[in-house]
Design a binder for this molecule. Sequence first.
Ligand code: FCB
Length: 456
Amino acid sequence: MWQPRGRSVLTGLLTLIGCMPGCQPRPQPVGVPFPAVFQWGAASAAHQVEGGNTTNDWWLHEQQPGTIAHGDRSGEAVDHYHQFDRDFAEAAAMGHTAHRLSIEWSRIEPTQGHYDEAAWRHYDAVFASLARHHLRPMVTLWHFTNPQWTMAQGGWLNPRTGAAWVTFVEAVVARYQGQVRDWITLNEPNVYGFHAYDIGLWPPRHKNRDEAITAIINLLKAHGQASRAIHRLDPTARVGIANHIALFAPQNRWNPLDHLKAYLVDNLFNRMPIEAQVTGRIRVWAPGVTSRDETVPELAGSVDFIGLNYYTRWRQSVFDSSDQLVTAGAPVNDLGWEYYPEGLHEALLTLRPYHLPVVVTENGTADRSDRQRSALLTATFQGLRAAMADGIDLRGYYHWSLLDNFEWADGFRPAFGLMHVDRAALGMPRTWRPSAYLYRDLIRAARPAGDVAVGP
Ligand code: FCB
């Protein structure tokens, strides 16, 4: 009846009992070439790098004591708002061909219906700079932050927030179509829903799992409308959602209840939003939440590709209420997340049933001393090749992130950047970590001959 993560019952059983005698590990398909259309880059989000985003809900949230680790506030972040041109020059020197960034809704529309001309001109300059550095933009239209006025109207529990956001999306696409073809409507609606409305760690800090599901569903429905609007304005546009997929595995491989728990968490957190954006059917069934089953016509076929954000694996035990247990004895990153780059391949394979192109829209690790990031990148390139050999139509890889940045409730301590940023020094100087050179070399080796990226 139950199948761990959509695999067949037989595969599930084999996983349960381990590799049978005589079973051979699959050889690494090192030679699989990346397609010419493949994009290499880094991903970022406005509030985490720009600085000075004073009119969104996060800004208000950060001013309250105890909300962010070590009392941090986004403040000037890493001053990307002023240093974007220099940052894009570094990305180009690393051999990137593309860049994922978000447009801050609260900058463009600080009060409802009022569009800020200076904010438009800022993003005009950002896109001009990307073009100058030959970086193809992939633009996120919502990455966790909301204008303060939307929260006063009930945030994502109120479907009108979705309608207001779609109006903003139309304005952005009308302005930048021709310069941007790759749109990410939403970043990780599942992560946002649970952090903001269930765990209560992010604004508006509610603690109600049903509300979390409502927020996720309202986001998905708004995505469906946004997707239609984007295609109407630009029939050549390509639209996707950046989906966070965490791997959920049993704590005790011999305990069927641990398997069942992993299956249920996977179903609610990973699979429900992806099924919805592909098929239009929203199905929620999990212990402790109100069941839902509805079909939303705008959602069916609403993505041209599936975006995947992959970071780690979490263990599930029926004896522990947490759904974020770390594999015993496994290496971890600076945030205590299991270092498990092999999981990217596994996460990619879960997308095979959808028969759509896939873009890795985020992947990386919190690693200030850069002791793990190079090995992660090497393993990741193997994982990408292995997934392509398995038939996944991969179109791009965006490392999280180009720069160290404001890591939401964890503040500035976790360092995800290919470049270290010294926030205490005048001008916040950036320095390439050793792994940035490796990423450059891996891209260089993966791109077609003659297509040479230059060094810093
Ligand atoms: C993802 C978020 C991104 C960043 C990374 C580390 O969940 O999309 O903004 O915080 O995690």
